[in-house]
Structure formats: C-alpha cells, structure tokens
Design a protein around this ligand. Structure first.
Ligand SMILES: NC(=O)c1ccc[n+]([C@@H]2O[C@H](COP(=O)([O-])OP(=O)(O)OC[C@H]3O[C@@H](n4cnc5c(N)ncnc54)[C@H](OP(=O)(O)O)[C@@H]3O)[C@@H](O)[C@H]2O)c1
Length: 330
C-alpha cells in the first residue's frame, strides 16, 4: 500500500509519501480500501508535535472506504461494506487503513464515500455543538466564527435547521459568499466584530459563541455574549488562547466557558457515535445538509493540503484521494 508518513515532528515538509507493507487487521479490526481521507486541523497539531504522537506515524483520523478484510470477532461488518470513521483512529492518509470496528459507521448506499469522509469530524462536531453543548432554540441569534470553514459551514446549516439566526465571521468576499449560501443571515469581518454583534442584537449580545479560531477572537467573543452567555471554545485555528483571569467571566455578566472535543467529551460510547454520525449521514443523504468539498488532493500531495489549511486558503472541507496518486513519482 501507499501512505503518507510524518517522519518527525515539524512543518509540512515532514510528510513523506511512500510504499509500505499492507496492514493486517487484528481482532475487532477492519482493513479498509480508503476512498477518501479527511484533512483536519488536529492532523496539523499532531504533525507539529503540539499534540504528542510517537513518530514516525501515518496521520489521519477521518475517512471513508470499503471493507476489504475483517479481523476476528467482528460481527457488525462484512467485506464489501461501505464505512466511514472519525476520531480515536490514526492512519487514514493511506490507500489501506486498519480501523477498529467499534469506530466505523455504515454509510448509506445513496451517499458518496467522499461526501461521507468529508462529513464525519466536522459534521459530528457541528452536531454536538448545536444539539448538546448548547441546544440551539428557534429565535436564538448565535455567533459562528470562520463561518466558511469546514466546521463553520456545517454549524451554520445546523443552527438554521434548528430555527436559529447566524452571524458569521469570515476573512474574504469569497468566504462571505460561501457562508451566505450555507444560510448565514449576517456575515461580518473580524475587525470590530464584538461591536457589530451588539449592533445586530439591539445591544443585547448573543447567548452562545462557537469559536474555533481561538487566540485571535477569544476576547471579542467574550465581549459578544449576553448576560450568562456561553463561550464555546472548540478550537484554535489562530493559535492557543493565552491564560486568562476568571474575573472576566464575572465582568461579562456571569458568563460560562467550555472547551469541548469529540473525544472524550461528546463521543463517549458507540451509541453516541451512531447517533451523531447517523444523523449527519442521513441529513447529507437526504439533501438536508450540504457538504462543501473545497478541494481534493492526491494522497501524495498531503503536504499542500496541510499548507492550504494552516495558511487560511481553504473553504469548506479538504480531502485526500488515494486513487489520484497512482502515477505519482516517488
Ligand atoms: N473540538 C472539536 O471537537 C473540534 C472538531 C473539529 C475541529 N475543531 C477545531 O475547529 C477549528 C476549525 O477547524 P476546521 O477543520 O473546520 O477548519 P476550517 O474552519 O476549515 O479552517 C480554519 C479557518 O479558521 C479561520 N482562521 C482565522 N484565523 C486563522 C489563522 N490565524 N490561521 C488559520 N485559520 C484561521 C480561517 O477562516 P477565515 O479566513 O474566514 O477567518 C480558516 O479558513 C480548528 O481549530 C480545529 O482544531 C475542533
């Protein structure tokens, strides 16, 4: 098989494409022919060594494909099944991957495998943010940062599905157009966004901010909240947030702050995985939720995908496609 290996911690240049022996599934595992692997910010953090992973390793926590072999004790899946996975897994940047069966979910026959791969991490993230961390209610106005990002576009649609109104931040006109197509009611730039949010909410502020940008937006996000509002810091695309004084929460009117993740916070067991992934894949297959794939790269070109994501050049989801790498020069 072919795979991308992060040969050491560092910049995108540590990602190397090469040939490896085919992996063998152990008990409770599936061998998958990978149709598409999702590119996520956490892959960059792991490549950089910000999140510790033993090197060398094959990155990639998300993907979709077809079961090629089942290990011992697997009862839920058979050869030929179409499956997707996210989180709690490494090794998706490859033509073949071994996945614990407990992490795989069935993909409905009507759903394209690339779309399924693109929907898993960011779709389940948008699901838990809008249905569990803060249950969006009809009439809520919420602030979604990076509204044209992979998570942002799905969050925007889910808030609208639940009857909420979205104020989204973006950095460019192209991203503004994409966020509006996803249903964002108001789209603003980052400069002075807290004041803009106040102006758009009659001075009241919003009950919840979904902030995956982190360092650059954290202060303004707190200032955008109404009394007893909830700050959901779910990522740090601009960098980690500096330590801060909890008195800021008092000054903001008894604010709440949470820092959630899929694992361990919101995919606590298989039932929760099947619920969130099942909702997301069903909505995608019925057309209720649209997944925008910003760009597909040959697996061998994972380096460019990482650079595009970390340098803010992406819109929607980025995917690696193994079969496009067939004639890539080693
Ligand atoms: N906690 C969880 O469960 C969870 C799950 C998935 C993702 N996340 C986190 O959510 C965040 C977004 O992830 P994503 O995969 O959906 O990415 P994304 O939103 O598709 O891409 C990141 C976007 O953040 C914005 N951004 C603002 N300042 C930036 C900067 N200095 N550098 C880079 N980007 C900047 C950019 O949009 P503009 O140009 O429009 O500003 C950029 O396109 C990441 O921090 C990720 O780690 C967390």
């Amino acid at each position: 098989m072919y795979a991308i290996t992060a040969v050491e911690a560092g910049g995108s240049e540590v990602l190397k494409y090469g040939q490896h022996p085919d992996p063998v599934p152990g008990a409770g595992e599936l061998l998958i022919d990978v149709a598409a692997a999702g590119v996520n910010f956490i892959d960059i953090y792991q490549r950089e060594g910000r999140y510790a992973v033993d090197v060398p390793f094959v990155p990639g926590r998300e993907g979709a494909g077809v079961v090629a072999e089942v290990g011992a004790d697997v009862t839920d899946f058979e050869v030929g099944d179409r499956v997707a996975w996210a989180s709690g897994v490494l090794g998706s940047y490859a033509t073949k991957a071994v996945i614990p069966a407990a992490r795989a979910v069935p993909v409905p026959g009507s759903t394209d495998l690339e779309i399924a791969a693109a929907a898993m991490v960011q779709g389940m993230t948008a699901h838990y943010l809008t249905h569990s961390t803060y249950q969006v209610r009809p009439g809520d106005t919420v602030l979604v940062h990076a509204a044209a990002g992979g998570t942002g576009l799905l969050l925007t649609q889910m808030v609208r599905m639940l009857g909420g109104r979205v104020i989204g931040t973006v950095s460019s006109l192209e991203k503004e157009q994409r966020a509006r197509q996803a249903g964002a009611n108001e789209v603003i730039r980052y400069e002075g966004f807290a004041k803009a949010v106040r102006d758009l909410t009659n001075g009241e502020g919003v009950p919840v901010v979904y902030d995956g940008v982190g360092r650059a937006t954290f202060d303004g996000s707190l200032a955008s909240l109404r009394t007893r509002g909830l700050m959901v810091l779910y990522g740090g695309a601009s960098g980690p947030v500096e330590p801060f004084d909890p008195m800021r929460l008092l000054e903001g009117g008894g604010l709440f702050l949470t820092r959630p993740t899929l694992i361990p916070s919101y995919l606590t067991n298989r039932q929760e995985l099947l619920w969130r992934a099942g909702d997301v894949l069903r909505w995608v297959s019925s057309g209720k939720l649209r997944v925008h794939i910003g760009r597909r790269y040959p697996l061998a070109d994972a380096r460019t995908a990482h650079e595009d994501l970390e340098h803010r050049r992406s819109v929607g989801k980025l995917l690696l496609i193994p079969e496009q790498s067939e004639n890539w020069c080693l």
